[in-house]
Design a protein around this ligand. Structure first.
Ligand SMILES: *Cc1c(COP(=O)(O)O)cnc(C)c1O
Length: 360
């Protein structure tokens, strides 16, 4: 068996060591004679696994004690509705920063529940940068300010944490959570679908300041109430047990890598090399403002888009998978999450340079 290099944007690569551990304990978890998937979520064994995963995430991200950590379902997309349903708390509007496809979807969903003020939008430059703090038009009466720390499709990442004063800051961190240390205390709420940088699809992690929960919009479904999940340790109903377990293995793997400082240094090195290769050639291009280039998702175009299909075909033949860009931007995209080894980036750069020479 040879594992190939997977540059998928999500569901994405998982650490090989984690997959091997899951494989080794799949049939018989810790001598219990059954798989973790077949175990009651109410059993002492499973509750131990779940609690350890939360503990490890708290340690990795240094999450303060006044924050709840929730393990939910419905993806980041369910959070687009859950955030306004729970955080409006009587306010009549919320501020949103529009930096691309994902923030656009969050805005559209929030508009079903409240008035949305666009604090800033980079649509004018085709979403190739993040707005500066000085460009944000903030409403002090807003229920919260929402933004997307990393636009997975456009490859645009904020290089600072917006300051919204006393207005709680809400972040969709689906594609850059755990890629670098972040000061959680600056946020009211952080959410992330697991399938980029945490674990398998089907799990969503929410980190929320506890004073913000407990007052939902009338008609909010029980399963969309953060307080219900917080009070039940995310076991109000059957949680996504396997995803939660696997996320726990990823958190342990991250600790073994030296934690978020160490993984951030690796991520910066990986992304730095790839952008240098793109910038050093007239054949490849990336349109994003240098300060806002994502260290997780690197979109790039070929000088002649008629070569795209050939590029993808040859890349795949060399074991470089899932490099096709999102249909909305075209070209290529290399997603280089935590679990994508530096050797994958080296192999991609080597391939890109050979491909360019062959076209000359
Ligand atoms: C993938 C992604 C989403 C959507 O996640 P789902 O889990 O599919 O709902 C939302 N926001 C960002 C930034 C993403 O990368």
């Amino acid at each position: 068996m040879t594992r190939k290099f997977n540059f998928s944007a999500g569901p994405a690569a998982l650490p090989e060591a984690v997959l091997k551990q899951a494989q080794a304990e799949l049939l018989d978890w810790h001598g219990e004679g059954l798989s973790i998937m077949e175990m009651s979520h109410r059993s002492a064994e499973y509750i131990g696994v779940a609690a350890q995963a939360e503990q490890d995430l708290r340690e990795l991200m240094q999450i303060p004690d006044n924050y709840k950590v929730l393990f939910l379902q419905g993806g980041a997309t369910a959070q687009f509705a859950m955030v306004p349903m729970n955080l409006l708390r009587g306010a009549t509007s919320a501020d949103y920063i529009n930096t691309g496809v994902w923030s656009g979807k969050a805005i559209k969903e929030a508009q079903r529940y409240t008035q949305v003020n666009i604090a800033a939008s980079t649509e004018g430059n085709s979403f190739t940068s993040a707005p500066a703090q000085s460009e944000l038009v903030l409403n002090p009466e807003a229920a919260y300010l929402h933004y997307t720390t990393n636009e997975t499709i456009g490859g645009v990442e904020f290089d600072y944490i917006p300051d919204a004063g006393d207005v709680p800051l809400v972040a969709d961190m689906s594609s850059d959570i755990l890629s670098a240390p972040v000061d959680v205390s600056r946020f009211g709420l952080i959410y992330a679908g697991a399938q980029k940088n945490i674990g398998p699809a089907g799990l969503t992690v929410v980190i929320v300041r506890e004073d913000l929960i407990g007052s939902t919009l009338a008609g909010t479904p029980t399963m969309y109430d953060y307080k219900v999940h917080a009070d039940a340790d995310s076991m109000n109903n059957t949680p996504p047990t396997f995803g939660w377990y696997l996320a726990g293995l990823v958190f342990q793997w991250l600790k073994q890598q030296g934690g978020l400082e160490a993984i951030a240094a690796q991520n910066r090195r990986k992304a730095g090399k790839l952008y240098a290769a793109i910038d050093g050639s007239d054949f490849y291009a990336n349109p994003v403002a240098v300060a806002n280039r994502s260290i997780m998702n690197v979109p790039f175009t070929l000088a002649d888009s008629r070569l795209d299909a050939r590029f993808l075909e040859l890349a795949e033949a060399e074991g470089l998978l899932n490099l096709k860009g999102h249909r909305s931007v075209g070209g290529m995209r290399a997603s280089i999450y935590n679990a994508v080894p530096e050797a994958a980036v080296d192999a991609l750069i080597d391939f890109m340079q050979r491909f360019e020479k062959e076209q000359a």
